[in-house]
Write a protein that binds this ligand. Structure first.
Ligand SMILES: Nc1ncnc2c1ncn2[C@@H]1O[C@H](COP(=O)(O)OP(=O)(O)OP(=O)(O)O)[C@@H](O)[C@H]1O
Length: 422
């Protein structure tokens, strides 16, 4: 990408018609996003040109905000990532930020940081956060290896999943059911610790949710879209039409199936290579259908509670990273949250993606993603439809469409000061 292009081109010498037409650029050849933009009558330009909205990849977004490039965004330019989104989406950083958030709340004696004592095998007692226990216990390797060993000895029957921090789509993931599988880690870690660690060397080792809620005997996770338009104040919206992604083979924790990715990993990028993959529905079920199913099989109240718990975990994961996010007003970001529900209907945050797939695997998927992009644009853009980083980012009820407000600290502040005035 050429640098300084915004400086060199400026806003001059354009006709009124040009000024009104939104100029976009996109790093991805994803027809859903590009078609959505073109159908609005927007014009595609290159990243070197004078654009108003950039659907960028994370690397180009980082380079735009890199001080050394000397690039400065204008008021009429917006971009689809926050510069340091990795604080939320890198597996190890997400864990670190959530740990820090819990500790801060604990220090403040905030009731949210309340803990309970749970008895585990051999009469040992472990303490757990009552409300903030929404990510599976996770160790960052190699740094936390000794800490892990200590905990492992207390409960050696626990199953873990080892995931590389710098990879995606199921690459390099394996299940760990005994310490010997991790032995090479103790050796590797000694070697690594002599060097400066980079994210390529880092893994997370998380407790494996071995009691997932099953439907038709199969494991699934949820993909939920969350749009953030500001971190300070926090403004976040959840799309009502996420979906479940199913494994193509029945769930089975027997030793012979431990390495079978078609049983344990729900990523579509993994499942589509399975022999049992169904191209018609793509292993997907809409979240509203899941809700109906759960209301029918488990009852309305617990289903309602589950959906509230999911919203709660999303809000607190965002609050955990809000203080460290570079809250640039030109940015918005649509995150793909991956959540697993266990058979007690407790949701667990598995990970967050900064560039959730905008490729469609089925017709329904195409419709869903097209509507998602349309809907998120109506929230991100001011009422006149022209990108403007200065607008107050308060979307109308109509603009919200299928998004619901998870949190808007601006409005919360306004409401509480209105109450005080009464
Ligand atoms: N703690 C866990 N318990 C149970 N299953 C898990 C756990 N962590 C991950 N998985 C399974 O493994 C899959 C891949 O994990 P994850 O999404 O963290 O890795 P990834 O390869 O980075 O995926 P992505 O391409 O979405 O970034 C998940 O979709 C889920 O099915």
């Amino acid at each position: 990408m050429k640098q300084n292009s915004v400086y060199s081109l400026g806003m001059y010498g354009r006709t009124n018609r040009d000024r009104k037409q939104v100029r976009f650029c996109a790093d991805f050849d994803k027809s859903i996003v590009i078609n959505s933009f073109l159908r609005r009558g927007w014009r595609e330009v290159t990243p070197e040109a004078d654009w108003n909205i950039y659907w960028s990849n994370t690397a180009n977004c980082r380079s735009i905000f890199n001080l050394e490039t000397g690039y400065r965004l204008q008021d009429n330019q917006i971009i689809n990532h926050f510069p340091n989104h990795y604080e939320l989406v890198r597996k190890d950083l997400l864990v670190k930020n959530i740990r820090r958030y819990r500790k801060e709340l604990e220090r403040e004696n905030n009731p949210l940081a309340e803990k309970t004592q749970n008895k585990i095998a051999d009469g040992q007692v472990v303490s757990r956060y009552l409300y903030l226990d929404f990510i599976p216990t996770t160790y960052i390797l190699p740094t936390d290896y000794n800490l892990f060993l200590e905990e492992y000895r207390k409960s050696p029957q626990t199953m873990y999943i080892l995931k590389p921090c710098a990879k995606s789509q199921g690459a390099g993931i394996c299940l760990i059911n005994k310490l010997s599988k991790l032995k090479k880690w103790s050796r590797e870690s000694k070697k690594y610790l002599q060097h400066q660690l980079t994210s390529k060397d880092m893994y997370v080792l998380s407790r494996y949710i071995d009691n997932p809620l099953l439907i038709g005997g199969k494991k699934f996770d949820l993909r939920i879209y969350v749009l953030v338009t500001s971190f300070r104040p926090l403004k976040a919206y959840m799309y009502r039409n996420g979906f479940c992604r199913f494994c193509s083979l029945k769930y089975d924790t027997s030793l012979t199936e431990l390495d079978n990715i078609f049983v344990h990993l729900t990523n579509v990028s993994v499942q589509k290579y399975g022999e049992e993959y169904n191209e018609h529905h793509g292993g997907k079920l809409g979240i509203q259908n899941l809700k109906l199913y759960l209301e029918g099989t488990r009852g309305r109240e617990v289903t309602q509670r589950l959906f509230e718990d999911m919203q709660w975990l999303i809000v607190h994961s965002l609050k955990a990273v809000a203080p460290v996010m570079a809250n640039d007003r030109h940015c918005f970001e649509c995150y793909g949250y991956d959540i697993i529900i266990d058979d007690n209907l407790k949701p667990w945050l598995i990970e967050v993606n900064a560039s959730p797939s905008m490729t469609a695997t089925t017709i329904n998927d195409r419709i869903l993603k097209y509507n998602l992009v349309e809907n998120l644009l109506s929230i991100v853009l001011p009422p006149d439809g022209f990108p403007d980083a200065r607008w107050n980012k308060i979307p109308s009820a109509e603009a919200l469409g299928d998004f619901e407000t998870l949190i808007d600290e601006d409005l919360m502040y306004k409401e509480s000061s209105d109450e005080k005035k009464l």
